[in-house]
Design a protein around this ligand. Structure first.
Ligand code: ADP
Ligand code: MG
Length: 428
């Protein structure tokens, strides 16, 4: 069955069933053909199916849900009113704003009102905009619920609900807000869930609010990331991490980078350290005011900022095409976050580099990431910055020649990041 459906896949935007004004907007955006996830999801969504869709980071999922949503808006609604007909929920404010922009881009030839309702935005302005009416609302759950409870959002016209980064939206942190929102949306709406990582547990959780959903998985659940080259450097301590980071950031192949830290404090501190060392760097995390967050992301998009040091607030969805490198200064605490973090590079088929630092305590996390992605991360060293420690390495088998093929920090060509071992050294 799969084989048959692959043969008959539509391959042009014209064949997906979209109205002419939408097709024109797609053309103006410079897209020549649909990405695989768009080719598969758009026609099914137009038919009215509930969807559960996983597809690699940077593969065009936004258009995959926004195009059929816009198509819906080309049809008259029987109910007059000012409430949204399309609601997209996202985990972060920055992603909500980005999705709203995408709606504006793809909907430019339609008369649609789009609006982001996110925290950190002044209420009077937001309230006024809501009063003026909206067709497509893109929101973060907290502020959405807040505005619903104040009676400023009428959901009776809602036809289409999208959870972007769906697995994150169903996480503990958002669960209560999400359930409260779901309780108030019309039962008749169409629902679509999108993420790069949709695990079986998520499918079970989601089945309670989906109607006979169609599961679309482009690539595997973990996605292959063939366009992102991944490597891992062992780090002795923070000083060692800082020296390696400085070396990587000075690399001529590095255009822009996101460096992930595990805490807001260390994001601030590291951004400061890099700034003093002469790098164009700034921090982004959840304790910053929204104005500063927006300015920083804007600077990154415009190319005025080279290095963003961020917590996982920047791990999901953010699409900045100049990001050539993702560096995990600290490893994430959940394996799926690794996939989302490295997916900030290699957008829309480009190539990218993902580098992780790991110390002796990271053994289990590295293994769990490798299990999740079903890929081994190659261990590498930077010439002159080799680690003193060799964490988790199995002792060399008896008889191995010193400097032999499997030696750990064998000298490499100058400046090269060389692979230390063909396979991961983690004991299995
Ligand atoms: P995802 O949500 O899957 O991570 P996005 O929707 O953010 O990916 O899209 C990634 C990038 O690909 C965006 O910059 C977007 O403009 C671009 N893009 C989307 N669809 C196409 C297409 N059909 N052709 C070319 N570029 C596309
Ligand atoms: Mg996305």
């Amino acid at each position: 069955m799969t084989a048959v459906s692959e043969i008959v896949l539509p391959i042009t935007f014209e064949s997906l069933g979209l109205a002419a004004p939408i097709l024109e907007a797609i053309k103006a955006a410079g897209y020549t053909e649909p990405t695989p996830v768009q080719a598969r999801a758009v026609p099914e969504a137009i038919k009215g199916r509930d969807l559960l869709v996983s597809s690699q980071t940077g593969s065009g999922k936004t258009a995959a849900f926004m195009l059929p949503a816009l198509q819906k808006l080309t049809q008259q609604h029987e109910k007059p009113g000012r409430g949204p007909r399309i609601l997209v929920l996202t985990p972060t404010r920055e992603l909500a704003v980005q999705v709203t922009k995408a709606a504006d881009t793809y909907g430019r030839n339609l008369r649609v009102k789009t609006l982001s309702v996110v925290g950190g935005m002044p209420y009077p302005l937001q309230n006024r905009m809501l009063k003026n009416g909206v067709d497509i609302l893109v929101a973060t759950p907290g502020r959405m619920l807040d505005q619903m409870n104040s009676g400023r959002i009428d959901l009776s016209r809602l036809q289409f609900l999208v959870l972007d980064e769906a697995d994150r939206m169903l996480d503990m942190g958002f669960k209560d807000d999400l359930e409260a929102i779901l309780a108030k949306v019309p039962k008749t709406r169409q629902t679509m869930l999108f993420s790069a990582t949709i695990e079986p547990g998520i499918v079970r959780l989601a089945s309670s609010f989906l109607r006979d959903p169609l599961r679309i998985a482009v690539d595997t659940a973990q996605t292959r990331h063939v366009n992102i080259s991944q490597r891992l450097h062992f780090a002795d301590d923070m000083g060692h991490k800082n020296r390696m980071l400085d070396n990587i950031l000075k690399g001529t192949d590095l255009h822009q980078a996101i460096v992930f830290t595990s805490t807001k404090r260390s994001a601030d501190q590291l951004a400061q350290t890099l700034h003093i060392a002469g790098h164009s760097a700034a921090a982004m995390h959840g304790d910053m005011n929204q104005g500063a967050r927006n300015r920083t992301l804007q600077a990154l998009r415009r190319g005025g900022l080279k290095v963003l040091v961020a917590t996982d607030v920047a791990a999901r969805g953010i699409d900045v095409q100049g990001i050539s490198h993702v560096i995990n200064y600290d490893l994430p605490t959940q394996a799926e976050d690794y996939v989302h973090r490295i997916g900030r590079t290699g957008r829309a088929g480009r190539s990218g580099t993902a580098i992780s630092f790991a110390n002796v305590r990271d053994h289990h996390m590295v293994r769990s990431i490798e299990r999740f992605t079903t890929q081994k991360i190659e261990v590498a060293v930077i010439l002159g910055l080799e680690p003193k420690m060799r964490p988790f390495l199995k002792p060399a088998p008896r008889g191995t020649k010193p400097g032999g093929g499997k030696s750990y920090a064998r000298p490499a060509q100058r400046g090269a990041h060389r692979s230390a071992a063909r396979t991961s050294p983690y004991p299995r």
